[in-house]
Design a protein around this ligand. Structure first.
Ligand code: HEC
Ligand code: HEC
Ligand code: HEC
Ligand code: HEC
Ligand code: HEC
Ligand code: HEC
Ligand code: HEC
Ligand code: HEC
Ligand code: HEC
Ligand code: HEC
Ligand code: HEC
Ligand code: HEC
Ligand code: HEC
Length: 444
């Protein structure tokens, strides 16, 4: 009984060994497992009918009897694959299913419609979302390569030296490997935003997609304010905020996020940027002065404007002073000088301009030693500088206003002339007067 049984087992084993190649050959014959083999891209050992390199028959009654339990694998998990493939998964960052030997979670082991035992190696959405939440890959704004399932354009599916098995030496270099126009801009443009110069693009962007335009982690201006909190605190609570900061585009209305031609990440010189909006007749209600026209062809530009600057006088982000000026400047026709009330002008100009009724040095607007700025601005019904001076540009010396400033419905002319030691005016305020620093006029 025992001998008989033993003999049978030996014969069975010999038969199996002898017949294995033949048996395997026959697995694909007929209709039984044809489906496995007629894949468009069969796995090489399947194509070669080496079924037994992975399957080991343990019961003889196959194919006549049951299939289940008749076979075992020649090895388990990834060891099955490493019989022929170079082992992987010993690196620093290994993808979990590779570590746990679930190669066939992604690969169709017998063959598939595309290369690499995948049905579509270009679009891996279905493969990856077997385990990863598909919500991350179906957001409102999607990154091109993610939207089409090109996960392996950025990730190695198995392992890699970088976190998240990122391809390339860093996230930044990965991004720049496709965004080549940006990598050349980083080299050629004169101004580069600090975090873009060396930091990761993911400081501001999400790599896959999200709720905000431009793949931003947060919307503008929030994404900017995170690193520029001072400007953030100024977005609310300013008495005179600058409209474009609050409107669509926000910071991007003036700044480029990455690189720029102009100082301060502006897309051109400051004046050009400002005039891109302030060169219209219909900006604001009531409309603001068309600054382009106000400056065009003018003989005299106010000092900072000679350098193309607006910001010495206006805070581009808004301020607590009238017209977003950088200091106190009364907004009315009349305003008698008080300490501090004309700080805006006096931070750049002679700070004693309005302090003394008599002076020989602090102003040229004198009749003898009599300070005529004092007379006009400090006295009881002080007139503001705008009554005589243009803020931006003019065709008269000393920026004296030609058309004059509005007084109710009338514009008060100045009719100014200047000479070596003084000048004269015939304004709409009083009769014509002359002043002379050397030989004072008598007004009586
Ligand atoms: C490279 C290893 C490998 C080779 C070669 C291989 N198989 Fe498989 N086979 C597997 C693995 C792994 C599974 C389990 C698949 C699963 O669980 O999804 C499997 C499952 C099967 C199954 C059962 C599940 C099914 O998909 O129907 C059959 C039948 C099968 N193989 C037949 C064959 C035949 C026939 C050949 C040769 C023509 C062959 N295999 C070659 C690894 C291999
Ligand atoms: C019996 C040896 C053998 C085993 C076991 C084996 N492979 Fe392969 N595999 C090959 C050969 C041979 C090729 C073809 C190699 C080539 O073209 O360079 C190949 C190719 C591949 C390819 C690339 C296919 C392509 O289109 O280029 C993948 C992916 C692959 N195998 C995955 C696996 C996985 C996963 C396992 C384990 C489940 C496995 N292999 C087990 C022999 C094997
Ligand atoms: C998360 C899915 C996934 C898992 C798990 C996975 N692979 Fe892959 N594998 C891929 C993808 C996708 C490619 C094709 C990469 C490409 O297009 O460049 C690939 C390519 C391959 C290739 C051919 C190209 C190469 O890199 O040599 C082999 C061989 C391979 N895998 C073997 C394995 C083995 C062995 C395992 C298990 C230890 C495994 N894979 C686990 C997704 C996976
Ligand atoms: C069989 C399930 C499975 C499949 C399929 C799968 N993954 Fe994973 N993946 C995991 C698990 C589990 C982790 C580790 C847990 C986690 O962080 O979510 C992981 C982690 C990752 C990580 C790193 C996350 C981290 O926190 O370190 C990346 C990147 C990743 N997978 C990409 C892919 C890509 C790309 C594909 C498709 C080619 C894919 N995965 C397919 C299961 C899977
Ligand atoms: C354009 C490059 C790129 C593409 C394409 C891409 N990823 Fe990523 N992925 C990244 C980067 C970069 C990170 C790291 C994010 C970080 O540093 O915060 C990441 C992180 C991950 C993570 C871990 C963190 C997380 O968000 O859960 C998973 C999982 C992941 N990717 C899966 C995928 C899958 C699946 C696909 C394809 C549907 C894919 N990725 C396509 C660049 C990409
Ligand atoms: C595999 C190539 C590739 C890689 C790598 C890549 N991108 Fe892209 N990216 C694209 C393509 C393609 C577009 C769409 C271009 C278009 O429509 O003009 C795009 C668009 C973008 C956009 C504009 C999206 C919009 O809606 O306006 C941003 C932002 C972006 N990528 C950031 C990144 C960041 C950050 C990285 C690195 C994590 C990165 N990209 C890596 C290919 C890539
Ligand atoms: C300081 C934040 C910040 C950083 C860092 C940053 N970006 Fe951007 N990026 C932005 C903003 C803001 C936009 C404009 C989004 C919009 O309004 O559509 C943008 C737009 C883009 C666009 C689409 C428009 C264009 O200019 O072509 C691409 C592509 C892009 N970024 C790629 C990158 C890459 C690559 C890196 C890393 C080298 C990077 N970004 C780093 C903030 C940033
Ligand atoms: C990750 C932090 C970070 C984010 C986010 C960020 N910045 Fe910056 N930004 C910086 C740093 C750092 C500097 C350099 C500051 C310095 O040199 O003092 C800078 C400088 C600037 C400058 C001055 C540049 C110059 O050359 O004078 C401007 C303008 C600017 N950022 C605008 C923005 C805008 C607009 C955004 C949003 C799209 C933004 N920043 C988002 C970190 C950031
Ligand atoms: C109306 C145009 C305009 C808008 C909108 C704007 N800026 Fe500016 N910003 C400027 C100008 C002009 C400068 C001065 C540039 C220079 O010459 O250095 C500047 C300078 C800066 C600087 C560097 C100097 C400083 O004050 O710290 C930062 C940072 C900055 N802006 C951030 C922002 C942020 C963040 C936003 C959005 C909340 C924003 N800007 C919106 C015009 C603008
Ligand atoms: C994107 C368009 C845009 C740009 C660029 C722009 N502005 Fe403005 N600006 C406006 C709008 C809109 C208003 C508000 C008009 C209204 O509603 O009264 C305004 C108002 C002003 C005011 C009057 C503020 C007040 O409180 O009365 C000044 C001064 C001003 N801007 C100066 C500048 C300067 C200086 C620059 C360049 C740094 C600049 N603007 C760039 C759109 C712009
Ligand atoms: C030397 C200082 C100075 C410079 C430089 C300057 N401004 Fe002004 N700006 C003023 C003063 C002062 C006012 C207020 C005028 C008034 O109400 O009398 C003003 C008013 C304005 C107004 C409101 C006009 C209106 O309708 O009342 C705008 C718009 C304006 N400036 C834009 C600009 C722009 C754009 C630049 C740069 C191209 C610039 N300013 C440069 C001082 C300056
Ligand atoms: C940001 C600095 C700055 C501010 C603020 C400023 N100015 Fe000026 N101003 C200058 C510069 C620079 C010049 C040309 C150099 C010079 O002659 O002093 C100039 C020239 C002048 C001139 C012509 C002087 C001459 O000798 O030709 C007058 C008049 C003048 N400013 C009036 C004003 C008035 C009025 C205010 C306030 C509403 C004002 N400025 C605010 C910088 C400023
Ligand atoms: C009544 C007209 C008038 C008013 C009001 C006026 N100025 Fe003048 N200002 C002049 C005249 C005229 C000159 C030319 C003096 C000369 O060179 O002969 C002048 C010259 C100047 C100069 C050149 C330097 C100097 O003092 O000679 C500055 C700066 C100046 N004014 C600033 C101001 C400021 C600031 C205000 C307001 C606080 C102001 N002005 C108000 C008429 C006026």
């Amino acid at each position: 009984m025992f001998v008989k049984g033993f003999l049978f087992a030996v014969i069975q084993a010999v038969l199996l060994i002898w017949a294995a190649p033949l048996l395997a050959q026959s697995c694909g014959a007929g209709t039984c497992h044809k489906k496995l083999i007629v894949q468009k891209m069969p796995h090489q050992p399947v194509k070669d009918m080496e079924c037994f390199s992975c399957h080991k028959q343990v019961e003889l009654n196959h194919p006549l009897g049951k299939g289940k339990g008749a076979f075992e694998f020649t090895a388990t998990g990834s060891k099955l694959c490493f019989q022929c493939h170079t082992p992987m998964g010993k690196g620093k960052n290994v993808h979990e299913p590779v570590k746990s030997g679930e190669c066939i979670a992604c690969h169709k082991v017998h063959g598939a419609a595309d290369r690499y035992l995948l049905d579509n190696r270009e679009d891996l959405t279905l493969v990856c979302t077997k385990c990863h939440d598909s919500a991350s890959f179906t957001q409102k704004f999607m990154h091109g390569p993610v939207a089409v399932g090109g996960c392996t354009k950025c990730h190695d599916p198995h392992e890699g030296p970088e976190k998240y098995f990122i391809k390339g030496s860093s996230v930044r270099n990965l991004c720049l490997s496709c965004h080549t126009d940006m990598s050349s801009a980083l080299q050629t443009e004169p101004v580069v935003h600090k975090p873009v110069q060396s930091g990761n693009c993911t400081l501001c962007h999400t790599p896959h997609g999200g709720a905000f335009k431009g793949l931003l982690k947060k919307k503008i201006p929030d994404v900017c304010i995170e690193c520029h909190p001072k400007i953030g605190t100024r977005l609310s609570g300013l008495k005179f905020p600058h409209k474009p900061l609050q409107t669509e585009g926000g910071c991007s209305n003036c700044h480029s996020p990455h690189t720029a031609k102009g100082k301060g990440l502006l897309q051109g010189d400051e004046k050009t940027v400002c005039l891109s909006c302030h060169g219209r007749d219909d900006l604001g209600k009531p409309p603001l002065t068309n600054m382009k026209k106000a400056l065009e062809g003018k003989k005299y530009l106010h000092g900072p404007l000679l350098k193309g600057e607006c910001k010495g006088c206006h805070d581009p982000h808004g301020s607590n002073y009238f017209r977003m000026l950088t200091g106190n400047y009364p907004e009315t026709f009349y305003f008698a000088y008080k300490e501090g009330s004309y700080d805006f002008c006096l931070k750049c100009h002679e700070k004693n301009l309005l302090r003394f009724a008599e002076t020989t040095i602090y102003t040229r607007f004198r009749n003898g030693n009599r300070n005529l700025h004092y007379v006009h601005v400090v006295n009881r019904k002080g007139r503001t500088c705008r009554v005589c001076h243009e803020p931006h540009a003019g065709n008269e010396v000393k920026l004296i206003s030609k058309e004059g400033v509005k007084f109710g419905v009338w514009k008060v002319p100045i009719n100014f002339t200047m000479n070596q030691s003084g000048g004269s005016c015939a304004p709409g305020c009083h009769r014509a007067f002359k002043y002379d620093r050397d030989k004072p006029e008598s007004y009586r």
